[in-house]
Design a binder for this molecule. Structure first.
Ligand code: THU
Length: 300
């Protein structure tokens, strides 16, 4: 893939890394023709202007993509070479497939929020933009799941961005220190990884009413879902002195979004035990057991 990079922030990143991301995405998507992508590494101010001009939204955002063609139903870049006939760029000997604009300001903030590097966030945003140029979108939930899986495939193929268990365990222990536990004094922390490799942390937050207490695991999953993640691969859970196996309520809430999930619990001087949600909640009442099909039908 030919990648042309412009913008005030382009000195902040390795061009080779961005090119590797593009080539990885191209090969995962089986695009056999040479595509050309223009990437502008911009800032909050400038992406806000572009967002307002082209989408009527006067807000900053992390990434914008403008595919060069409108894909007809059933077409994606991988099977649409002929649709790019008029997009041939002689100077670059490639088919122009579109523009991506990334705010490096937003990338830096998001990297910090997710607890990963600026490079990782930037590469993820680039991957996201590329899949839009390849014809994917995420307006419908089903399409979003497909797009996220593709993005995750690319991020995982870029070995250096794979989170290892040690990182999740460390973030769960760190989240534990934020626990609000004036009543039980039991500090819990969790770190949940979504399919695209993003990490969401949570701690338990107690309440004087006791019953309104929220566990660490549910804090993490509610944060994740409210930020757009609905598929997860692993959760690390930390406590001080005993193995913090998730309570029944948390198992049930996790099972709403995870067909299966690796569960790592850690306590004491770094003890770690691993299990799965299927093991901890067999025969679950959840979408993965097909229960959705029957809900609302019993009174018919
Ligand atoms: N707690 C969790 O954070 N996760 C669980 O799965 C079980 C219990 C918290 C809730 C409460 O703040 C404290 O542990 C004692 O129940």
């Amino acid at each position: 893939m030919k990648l042309l990079v412009t913008g005030s922030a382009c000195k902040k990143v390795s061009l080779d890394l961005l090119k590797t991301v593009c080539n990885t995405a191209q090969s995962i998507e089986n695009i056999t023709f040479p595509p050309l992508v223009q990437l502008e590494l911009s800032n909050d101010e400038s992406i806000k202007n572009i967002n307002e001009i082209y989408r009527g939204i006067a807000c900053t955002t992390d990434v914008l993509s403008f595919p060069s063609i409108l894909y007809p139903e059933g077409f994606l870049a991988g099977n649409a070479e002929h649709l790019f006939a008029e997009e041939w760029d002689t100077a670059n000997q490639a088919y122009y497939i579109g523009d991506i604009i990334i705010s490096t300001d937003r990338a830096a903030v998001q990297a910090q929020n997710f607890g990963h590097s600026f490079e990782r966030e930037l590469c993820y945003l680039l991957v996201h933009g590329l899949f839009h140029l390849f014809g994917y979108d995420h307006l419908r939930e089903a399409d979003k799941i497909i797009m996220r899986r593709k993005e995750e495939q690319v991020m995982n193929a870029m070995g250096q961005f794979k989170n290892d268990d040690a990182k999740l365990l460390e973030l769960a222990r760190k989240a534990m220190t934020e626990a609000y536990v004036p009543y039980s004094k039991f500090q819990g922390g969790a770190c949940l990884q979504s399919e695209d490799g993003r990490l969401y942390t949570g701690c338990n937050v107690e309440n004087a009413s006791y019953g309104l207490t929220n566990c660490a695991e549910r804090t993490a999953i509610f944060k994740a879902v409210s930020e757009g993640a609905k598929q997860f691969t692993v959760i690390a859970i930390a406590a001080q002195s005993m193995p913090p196996w998730p309570c029944g309520a948390c198992r049930q809430v996790l099972s709403e979004f995870c067909e299966d999930l690796r569960i790592l619990v850690t306590w004491g001087d770094g003890e770690v035990v691993e299990s799965t949600l299927k093991e901890l909640l067999p025969h679950s009442f959840s979408p993965s057991s097909g229960v959705q099909e029957f809900l609302g039908k019993d009174s018919e």
